[in-house]
Design a protein around this ligand. Structure first.
Ligand SMILES: Nc1ncnc2c1ncn2[C@@H]1O[C@H](COP(=O)(O)OP(=O)(O)OP(=O)(O)O)[C@@H](O)[C@H]1O
Length: 246
């Protein structure tokens, strides 16, 4: 029997047990177990099609056609690779979209300030750059004051420099807000840079997990960083280059 329960205070930010999700009789998620501690930053890696987005959508409450137990906080927010802004609403109205009650514009502006986009509050979405649109999408997640922030490849479509800035911003927001984060990414370096723990999904379960016990801010030139990255690449079936493996 499926249970998808929201509870305000949980010993874990996420508790998933015996989770199975099938499409056309094929179990993409198969008896999966996952716990995320409050305030923990977890990155989720895995080859394309292994079920990462499916898991994230289930945690977000967007897919309830499941078996098993899923416990998540009531306050949660999700941001996707595509910022999904409504083109006919100004940026600040997009940020408030779907919030209960009649929230004030100032609420949106505070969140936009937090992501460095206060000056574009009154702009139309089509006038934003890719990085700005992604920051607007993050602001929309932040106004929900989430205990759990779910990010599905949020930097995937950004150019290298914008991506680095966006990663830094998410790291800062996480430290300031203290919410748990589950970040789906293809980028092993990004995972090691940001996460407390990196999970590798395979065969419908969490097949491997790696704690990242490096000080913050992280130094990608630290040999331990390279070793962790190489280990995870190997887990993903990607041959590390000779330089990385050294
Ligand atoms: N609504 C759906 N109907 C049928 N099959 C689906 C549906 N959603 C996902 N799938 C299938 O489930 C599998 C997992 O998809 P999912 O998008 O979760 O993978 P992913 O790990 O996020 O992939 P990627 O890294 O490429 O984004 C895929 O084989 C996909 O085709």
């Amino acid at each position: 029997m499926a249970t998808h329960v929201h509870r305000p205070v949980t010993p874990q930010a996420v508790h998933v047990e015996g989770l199975t999700r099938s499409f056309d009789g094929r179990a993409v998620i198969d008896d999966l177990r996952l716990d995320v501690r409050p305030g923990e930053f977890v990155a989720l890696l895995g080859r394309s099609g292994c079920g990462k987005s499916t898991l994230l959508r289930i945690l977000a409450g967007l897919d309830r056609d499941i078996e098993g137990t899923v416990l998540v906080p009531r306050r949660k927010a999700v941001a996707f690779q595509a910022p999904r802004l409504m083109p006919w609403k100004k940026v600040w109205r997009n940020v408030l979209l779907g919030l209960p009650g009649k929230p004030e514009r100032a609420v949106a502006e505070q969140a936009l300030d937090e992501v460095g986009l206060g000056h574009r509050s009154n702009a139309w979405p089509k006038t934003l750059s890719g990085g700005e649109a992604q920051r607007a999408s993050l602001a929309r997640a932040l106004v929900r004051e989430p205990d759990l922030l779910l990010l599905d490849e949020p930097f995937g479509a950004l150019d290298a420099l914008t991506r680095i800035k966006a990663q830094r911003l998410v790291g800062e927001l996480w430290q300031r807000r203290g919410c748990a984060v589950l970040l789906v990414t293809h980028d092993v370096e990004e995972a090691v840079l940001l996460a407390d723990r990196v999970l590798v999904m395979d065969g419908g379960v969490i097949a491997h997990e790696q704690c990242i016990d490096l000080d913050r801010p992280r130094d990608i030139t630290d040999p331990r960083f390279a070793a962790l990255r190489a280990g995870l690449l190997e887990r993903l079936g990607v041959e590390a280059t000779a330089a990385e493996a050294a």
